[in-house]
Design a protein around this ligand. Structure first.
Ligand SMILES: NC(=O)c1ccc[n+]([C@@H]2O[C@H](COP(=O)([O-])OP(=O)(O)OC[C@H]3O[C@@H](n4cnc5c(N)ncnc54)[C@H](OP(=O)(O)O)[C@@H]3O)[C@@H](O)[C@H]2O)c1
Length: 309
C-alpha cells in the first residue's frame, strides 16, 4: 500500500481510503471485519460524512459503536468527515459547521477529527463564517486539518481568502468511466468535440498547482448507468475486455486495475472505496502500487469511451 504525507501537512495517509457511506446495513461484527481488513492491507484513512446512513450521524454512530482503535492505532489512522449537506439544502453557516463537526466526533467516539471537508458548495456561503467555524474547531483541537469536496477552483479561492488553515483536499467523483476532469483536458480546444467542454474550470490542474490532494469518490461506479462498470458488458464490453486482459497480465483482479488507473495519474489522487465486502477491499488494495504503463493507461481511457483528438 502506497503511503505518503498529505501535502502541506504532516499527516501520513494511504492512497486508498475506505468510505463509510454504505455501512448502515452491516452489523457490528461485519463493520469490525471490514475495518480490520482495510488496516491489514495498509489502508489507514476512513471517510465519513454527517449525512451517511439516512439520518444525521447514523453511519458515524454505527462505526463508533463497532470500532475502538487502540491509542497506537489511533495515531496511525486518519479519520475524516464531511459537513454541509442537510435535508433539502446546503448549510455552511458557522453554527452548523461547528455543531455538526462536534456531533460527528461524538458519534465516532473520538476526541478529534483529523480532517473535515465541506461536502458540497453552498450557494449561500459566507467565507468569513466558514473561517470562524474552522478557527473555533481548530483552536479547540477538535479538527486538525480542513478541505472541501465537489468544489471548483473559484469556490476554493473564495474560501481561501478568508480561511486561515490550508484547504488540503478536494474530494470529487472520478472513475475510468466518469472522468470529465481528465478527459476535457485531453481534448482541449477541439471546437466540435463535446469532450473538450471544461465544466469545472480546470479543477484537476488547479489542484495540482496548489498542492491540493484530490480524492476520487465512486471509483467503480459507471456514473452514466446504474451500478459499477466492472463486469457490465452491456455498456462497457471493450473496457471489461481490457480490464480482464491487464488483470491477467498483472496477476490481480479487474478491480485492482480500475483502481490503478486512478492512482497512476501523477496528481497523486487518493481513491475512496465504497465496498462493504472485505474481499473487494483486498482486491482493490492490490492496485495501490501497481504502475500501469502509459499505453495501458490510455488503452483503458479510450476503451471506456473517451477520445483522443
Ligand atoms: N464527497 C461526495 O460527494 C461523495 C459522494 C459519494 C460517495 N462518497 C464517498 O465515496 C465512497 C465510495 O463511493 P461509492 O460507494 O459510490 O464507490 P464505489 O466503490 O465505486 O462503489 C461501491 C458500491 O458498488 C458495489 N459493487 C458492486 N460490484 C462491485 C465490484 N465488482 N467492485 C466494487 N464494488 C462493487 C459495492 O457493493 P458491495 O458493498 O457489495 O461490494 C458498493 O455498493 C463512499 O463510501 C463515500 O465515503 C463521497
Amino acid at each position: 500500500m502506497k503511503q505518503f504525507t498529505l501535502p502541506r501537512t504532516d499527516l501520513p495517509a494511504s492512497n486508498v481510503i475506505l468510505g463509510m457511506m454504505r455501512i448502515g446495513e452491516l452489523d457490528d461484527a461485519e463493520i469490525r471485519m471490514l475495518v480490520k481488513t482495510a488496516l491489514d492491507t495498509g489502508i489507514t484513512v476512513f471517510d465519513h460524512a454527517d449525512i451517511y446512513g439516512g439520518s444525521p450521524h447514523a453511519c458515524e454512530a454505527r462505526f463508533g459503536g463497532a470500532v475502538r482503535f487502540s491509542p497506537a492505532e489511533r495515531e496511525q489512522v486518519l479519520i475524516q468527515s464531511k459537513v454541509g449537506i442537510r435535508e433539502g439544502y446546503f448549510d455552511f453557516s458557522a453554527e452548523h459547521i461547528v455543531s455538526s463537526a462536534e456531533a460527528s466526533i461524538s458519534a465516532l467516539g473520538l476526541d478529534h477529527l483529523d480532517l473535515l471537508l465541506l461536502h458540497r458548495p453552498d450557494a449561500l456561503v459566507e467565507p468569513d463564517e466558514v473561517a470562524a467555524a474552522f478557527d473555533a474547531l481548530h483552536e479547540q483541537g477538535l479538527v486538525t486539518a480542513f478541505g472541501v469536496s465537489n468544489h471548483t477552483p473559484g469556490q476554493i479561492e473564495l474560501l481561501a481568502r478568508s480561511v486561515r488553515q490550508p484547504l488540503i483536499v478536494n474530494q470529487v467523483q472520478l472513475s475510468i468511466t466518469h472522468a470529465p476532469l481528465i478527459a476535457a483536458g485531453v481534448a482541449a480546444n477541439m471546437a466540435d468535440d463535446p469532450q473538450s467542454v471544461d465544466r469545472d474550470n480546470g479543477l484537476l490542474d488547479y489542484c495540482r498547482v496548489e498542492g491540493i490532494t484530490l480524492q476520487a469518490w465512486s471509483p467503480f461506479q459507471s456514473g452514466k448507468y446504474p451500478g459499477v462498470f466492472l463486469g457490465d458488458r452491456e455498456h462497457y464490453a471493450e473496457l471489461n475486455d481490457v480490464l480482464d486482459e491487464l488483470a491477467a497480465a498483472y496477476g490481480v483482479t479487474p478491480t485492482a486495475i480500475a483502481l490503478a488507473w486512478i492512482t497512476r495519474h501523477p496528481a497523486g489522487i487518493q481513491v475512496v472505496l465504497g465496498t462493504t465486502s472485505p474481499s473487494r477491499v483486498r482486491e482493490a488494495a492490490a492496485g495501490s502500487e501497481l504502475r500501469l504503463t502509459r499505453p495501458e493507461w490510455y488503452r483503458l481511457f479510450t476503451a471506456a469511451g473517451h477520445r483522443l483528438p
